[in-house]
Write a new protein. Structure first.
Length: 85
């Protein structure tokens, strides 16, 4: 109701993107994938949240978003999602 859970989810996404190899991040995404499955959230919807965050950041940055930034975000997200399966 207060948005605190959504804020925590966003914080976790950024933490995972900035330090994907950290001891917490790798296992946290895997655990959250299982938790969300128990809520009835399909894996594709869980994965999509990472891409939505990227898309929103890209839209906010606008013309400053570079191909290198796009590549970096894509590679990080793919690595995180692959490791969590």
């Amino acid at each position: 109701m207060t948005g605190a859970v959504r804020a925590e989810m966003l914080t976790m996404i950024f933490d995972c993107l900035m330090n994907p190899a950290g001891p917490y991040q790798r296992h946290m995404v895997r655990a959250e994938r299982v938790n969300h499955d128990s809520y009835g959230t399909p894996a594709a919807h869980f994965d999509r949240f990472f891409w939505i965050v990227r898309d929103v950041c890209r839209a906010r940055v606008g013309a400053g978003w570079t191909p290198e930034m796009d590549t970096a975000w894509t590679e990080q997200i793919e690595a995180i999602l692959t490791a969590s399966r």
